[in-house]
Design a protein around this ligand. Structure first.
Ligand SMILES: *Cc1c(COP(=O)(O)O)cnc(C)c1O
Length: 384
């Protein structure tokens, strides 16, 4: 078998760039190098035209108007802009314990400045309790921040129900949709999302470019800039636009729009094959199995193995991610799985496998073989 190894099953961390995206970007590094803000010559116009086309493609993928798209350096920056930049006449924010650090750390920062933050717990299946959400709203609540799909478990929150609650109380709804956009249909209008972040490198585009959708009417959302100077992006995010990156992001969105439905079917099929083979090993569970989940990703707990050793042994054959992170000397269990009520032991032996556009049946078969072999060896030899 001449498979290139290791096989990449960590697409939730980042996706490889699609060669068609690179092709679209290349001219903007050389011939079309202009500053999109230069209004007096063709170099500027050419760059601006590239950005305009990209903005249309990005907006179209999520059902937005091009003017509602603010380009940023990625979802981390978009999250900061949304949470720090929305009007804070009222000072209570509601978010969830399983959000990405780019949301949680931003909220913690605001807490130091006097904002009150409610961190909603999740149920064992990873979903929030809608009744708890509604009960936690006060007269001071200004923003509800809930992610679309979780990066570790793939669990998809009930977005329409959340937005309906936000609307009922006149609270803005911000959604970090970095793992969902380009993978499953996301529509800001029908789903009632007011502000939404996403990132190019999670959808086969380049790293270092992302977007924030900021609703223009019903209601019109106003955000205070976090980076000043020049008034780019409707005064919300200054700085010379990353033209090649934005052009690549636009192409990535166009490709996702065209190919998402066939691609997600294919990947869901492969993911299910992988998952079922892992479950056949017995003493294996899928974390968040009973919830709506992203089609291409899975988080699996293997009983009676040595998680540390598994990563080490599989490393040169399959690239995936462990649900615990090594911080200097200690093993930090994933706070996402912890919030779902899983014990440290379970978390230490839980792993995320995420497929992507370039995953093949051959790669998945190989990963199944490698992981099964390791799990069986750990159990039979009893060396755990
Ligand atoms: C990757 C990711 C981010 C961070 O995006 P960057 O563009 O890398 O800054 C934020 N939220 C979620 C859910 C993510 O998966």
């Amino acid at each position: 078998m001449n498979l290139k190894k290791p096989v990449y099953l960590d697409n939730n961390a980042t996706t490889p760039m699609d060669p068609r995206v690179l092709e679209e970007m290349l001219p903007y590094f050389l011939d079309k190098f202009g500053n999109a803000a230069s209004r007096t010559h063709s170099f500027g116009w050419e760059a601006e035209e590239g950005v305009d086309v990209a903005r249309e493609n990005v907006a179209r993928l999520i059902g937005a108007h091009p003017q509602e798209i603010i380009f940023t350096s990625g979802a981390t920056e978009s999250n900061n802009l949304a949470i720090k930049g929305h009007s804070r006449e009222r000072n209570h924010i509601i978010t969830v314990a399983t959000e990405h650090k780019a949301v949680l750390d931003t909220c913690k920062n605001l807490e130091k400045q006097g904002t009150t933050v409610t961190y909603l717990p999740v149920l064992a299946n990873g979903l929030i309790d809608l009744e708890k959400l509604e009960k936690s709203i006060t007269k001071q609540t200004t923003l509800i921040s809930v992610m679309y799909a979780n990066n570790e478990t793939g669990v998809i929150q009930p977005i329409k129900e959340i937005s309906a609650i936000a609307k009922k109380y006149g609270v803005l709804f911000f959604c970090d949709a970095s793992q969902a956009v380009g993978k499953i249909p996301v529509d800001v209008i029908s789903e009632g999302i007011d502000i939404m972040s996403f990132s190019a490198h999670k959808m086969y585009g380049p790293k270092g470019v992302g977007a924030l959708y900021v609703r223009k009417k019903n209601p019109k959302v106003e955000l205070h800039s976090q980076i000043d100077g020049g008034g780019h992006e409707r005064n919300m995010r200054s700085g010379t636009l990353n033209v090649p990156g934005i052009v690549g992001f636009g192409k990535a969105c166009e490709l996702c729009r065209e190919e998402m439905s066939a691609e997600s079917k294919k990947l869901n099929n492969l993911r299910n094959i992988f998952e079922n083979c892992m479950l056949e090993l017995s003493d294996t569970e899928v974390n968040g199995a009973d919830s709506p989940r992203l089609p291409h990703s899975t988080n699996i707990h293997f009983q009676n193995i040595d998680g540390e050793k598994m990563v080490f042994e599989a490393g040169s054959d399959v690239a995936f991610s462990r649900s615990s992170a090594c911080t200097s000397a200690t093993l930090e269990p994933s706070f996402v799985l912890k919030a779902m009520g899983l014990s440290d032991d379970v978390i230490h032996n839980s792993f995320r496998f995420s497929l992507g556009r370039f995953s093949t049946e051959e790669q998945v078969d190989y990963a199944i073989k490698v992981i099964s072999k390791i799990v069986k060896r750990h159990r039979h030899e009893g060396n755990y």
